[in-house]
Design a binder for this molecule. Sequence first.
Ligand code: AMP
Ligand code: FES
Ligand code: ZN
Length: 300
Amino acid sequence: MKCRKCGGTAVLELRRHNAAFCADDFQEFFRNQVREAIRRHRMFTIDEPVLVAVSGGKDSLALWDVLIDEGYRTTGLYLDLGIFDYSVESRGKCEAFAAARGVPLMIKRVEEEVGAPVPVIKQVTRRPPCSGCGLSKRYLMNRAALEAGMPVVATGHNLDDEAATLFGSVMHWQMDSLPRQSPALASTHPKLVRRVKPLYRLSERETAAFAFLRRIDYIVDECPFAKGATSIAHKEILNRMEDASPGAKHNFLFGFLEKARPAFERAEAVVLNECVRCGQVTTGTLCAFCKLADQVKRSV
Ligand code: AMP
Ligand code: FES
Ligand code: ZN
């Protein structure tokens, strides 16, 4: 196998692109895909500070690595979910990464913000742990960015994540989620920062290869609550389709973004209010995060 760029020995074959690359040219390919995502969706400019939400996994640390090298002014945000050893280890990976590159890292503890860590929230709400966890993550990311005066939060969602989310939304025809599925969400209220996903053009296998070649030390284990999640089942189905027909995942997601998404955009704008308790944005009077915190407080 020869590198498409230099003709040297290739280390990675990308069937979806009908190409193979050597280690150096693969890294350049990877960075080009991130640059293209940022450019195409006008995610942020070189003058804007960017809050990078890092979980300690390969995707978000690979993203942070690229943005630092590209010269962006970044700050990391790690949300400590209090999920036993998993959180201790993933926090350690983020701290070591930030220290080695001399970049700032903010840490927020869900236990402090909500009143209990994710495993207790799971018991209190009797809902899948990911629902209270995802709600808290989205809320805290936005609030942390606002408080720090940063206009945009970047997450490490990759092509596989985005295709699996789309697959799940389509399976249930979730009409609220479909228009929100996008690599870049604009700010629709002064208290909502922009949310962007600069890795949406890159597969999980590609981010793993990039993290390996860049010698990024990341947490390999998944969150212990992720086992059996439907998103994992959807990823497996999409991977089987990808094996049979390289490019299937890409075509599914990009076809939706380019051709179908506009059809799902809501005609009427959603009315956004400020939560009477915390002042963050909600469609009601008390936001979902404050309701969750109340429920936790009553039970612990
Ligand atoms: P996940 O939902 O776990 O697949 O994570 C998707 C993205 O959300 C990651 O790539 C990160 O950018 C962000 N993220 C997930 N967990 C955390 C966390 N504990 N702290 C900060 N950001 C996170
Ligand atoms: Fe949120 Fe696992 S429950 S990361
Ligand atoms: Zn609130």
